[in-house]
Design a protein around this ligand. Structure first.
Ligand SMILES: [Zn+2]
Length: 178
């Protein structure tokens, strides 16, 4: 397995507990090991980004500006651990949405591939050099459509999960080079 230099993380259910339409720091509850997981990936030399559907924006439950503020706060928290999300990609759209500006069939709402393709372009990265971690079939399908390997995270400790994902390969390379 080759080294992955771009790691795409779903947000709700991977970084934070998915309690539904999370949009403030007060609502944010880290998944166990998530800050440590991001810091570990960054130490491994990976670019770590988030790709998240945020239809709550189209539903009029919160604004893009609130989401952006939350993401800044998340990065403030992560930096304490030595981690950072290089970029947050979010889809604010939803067909038949309450807020007209976001009512459309877009190419970014997962399982569409828009956010993943943009992240690959921004990283100058081939699909084979990326891996996506998501908690739903929708994430896995989006990744597969983009030619990106997908790993389903079904709970537990995210740090343990990503060590197996990237660390195992790294240690294997070190062993092989001895
Ligand atoms: Zn969209």
């Amino acid at each position: 397995m080759m080294h992955k230099r771009l790691v795409l993380l779903d947000r709700d259910g991977v970084l934070n507990v998915d309690s539904g339409y999370v949009h403030t720091p007060a609502q944010w509850q880290w998944i166990d090991g998530a800050p440590q997981a991001v810091a570990y990936l960054v130490r491994c030399g990976c670019r770590v980004v988030v790709v998240t559907n945020q239809s709550g924006i189209a539903r009029g439950m919160y604004t893009e500006s609130q989401v952006q503020s939350l993401h800044q706060w998340v990065n403030d928290e992560l930096r304490v651990y030595g981690g950072e999300i290089a970029r947050f990609y979010y889809c604010p759209h939803l067909p038949q949405a309450k807020v007209p500006a976001y009512d459309c069939v877009c190419d970014c709402r997962k399982p569409a591939t828009g956010m993943i393709m943009q992240a690959l372009r921004d990283a100058g990265c081939a699909p084979a050099e990326a891996v996506l971690v998501g908690d739903s079939e929708r994430d896995v399908l989006a990744a597969q459509r983009a030619g990106v390997e997908a790993r389903l995270f079904s709970g537990g400790n995210l740090y343990t999960f990503v060590r197996a994902l990237v660390g195992g390969e790294r240690h294997e390379r070190i062993r092989n080079s001895q």
